[in-house]
Design a protein around this ligand. Structure first.
Ligand SMILES: [Zn+2]
Length: 368
């Protein structure tokens, strides 16, 4: 009987002790002394923690959730290295060479600690934004987008904001879809500045849509506003279309994804059109089935891939309208195959579409 009483007595003693000894100064309680995040854009984020306990701290883990589209609420874990001790000061570095994050990517993080006595402490979740603080950003908010920029006046930003709002409206008409979150657009002053914001930049990178984050990073100076306007519409289309079709089941054929983005840039680009007509005239068109996968890295073939994609999407919208296009996107989202999705929305599979589109191209060629 005595042995069973003992825990009860200890419990009562503990209860009596608590009001006398506040947690922060109790020598045997596990508590966090300090927690911080240092950001070194674009290379790394360093999460630091300092804690003490009357018993050796044996387990520390960082838990974090990215603010991005997910199929489920995903919590990631990271383990900083340290020797078990009553006093611990350690950190964990998120090396972006393994997972490059866009500027403005946001996440929520907290720490979980445990000591040898089995005491567990969880810190209050905090939000951290991976900002590119090498620049002084200004922000202009409108209905659908937030423009962030650091070079050029307010009129420059207003112009770009108008381009985005207009593109969002056009997309709502063309494909019947809207974003349910605000898009953040980071306007770098040049492509060179943009590339410096990336861990692994590509030579030709002028704009990037980080679709899962709802973030666009793009290099637009006041001197290349025409290019910038088209590029912005292009990337915004990717974002809206990806948000509308985000699902674990399906993927859009590349020609449809890029074709919609090209179509929404505005008036067809003449150099792309002449490339398209000359390839059609020489019977050198790349098949839509090939263009359903990743585009060629060969630049000539890549140009033709974009030109064809833009034109076949224009053909589909002209002939079948935006409701059919919206249906197609929803079938793709649901995981239908390319042929099924096209048949259910446009009444023809990929080969029939290709035939019909080639015929329309030949008609245009003979009139040209
Ligand atoms: Zn694109």
């Amino acid at each position: 009987m005595m042995r069973r009483l003992l825990p009860a007595i200890i419990l009562v003693l503990c209860c009596l002790l608590i009001p006398l000894a506040p947690a922060a100064s109790a020598p045997d309680s596990l508590h966090v002394l300090d927690s911080s995040v240092d950001s070194e854009f674009p290379l790394r984020l360093v999460f630091s923690i300092e804690a003490e306990s009357g018993n050796p701290i044996t387990d520390i883990r960082l838990m974090y959730q990215m603010d991005r589209m997910n199929y489920a609420n995903v919590t990631s874990e990271a383990w900083p290295q340290f020797e078990p001790s009553t006093m611990v000061d350690t950190s964990w570095t998120w090396d972006m060479r393994r997972a490059s994050l866009p500027p403005g990517a946001a996440m929520t993080y907290w720490w979980e600690l445990r000591d040898a006595a089995g005491v567990v402490v969880e810190t209050i979740p905090e939000r951290v934004v991976f900002s590119d603080d090498r620049y002084e950003w200004s922000t202009l908010d409108s209905d659908s987008v937030s423009i962030h920029w650091y070079e050029g006046d307010a009129g420059f930003a207003q112009g770009l904001s108008d381009v985005c709002e207009e593109a969002v409206e056009t997309l709502a008409l063309d494909v019947g879809t809207r974003m349910d979150r605000t898009v953040d657009v980071y306007i770098y002053a040049s492509s060179a500045d943009l590339r410096q914001s990336m861990v692994y930049p590509q030579e030709w990178t002028g704009g990037v849509a980080f679709t899962e984050y709802g973030i666009i990073a793009i290099g637009i100076g006041p001197s290349n506003l025409d290019w910038g306007t088209r590029a912005l519409r292009h990337e915004l289309t990717h974002l809206v279309v990806h948000a509308a079709t985000f699902s674990p089941f399906g993927q859009l054929p590349t020609w449809l994804d890029e074709g919609l983005a090209m179509y929404n840039e505005g008036e067809p680009d003449e150099s792309f059109e002449s490339l398209l007509y000359s390839a059609a005239g020489q019977d050198m068109l790349i098949s839509l089935r090939t263009l359903s996968g990743p585009f060629s890295s060969d630049s000539q073939k890549a140009y033709l891939s974009y030109a064809e994609s833009a034109d076949v999407v224009r053909y589909l919208l002209d002939e079948h309208g935006s409701t059919a296009m919206h249906d197609a996107l929803m079938y793709f989202k649901g995981g239908e195959t390319i042929d099924e999705a096209l048949t259910m929305s446009f009444g023809m599979g990929l080969d029939e579409l290709e035939e019909a589109w080639h015929a329309s191209l030949e008609g245009e060629l003979s009139h040209a």
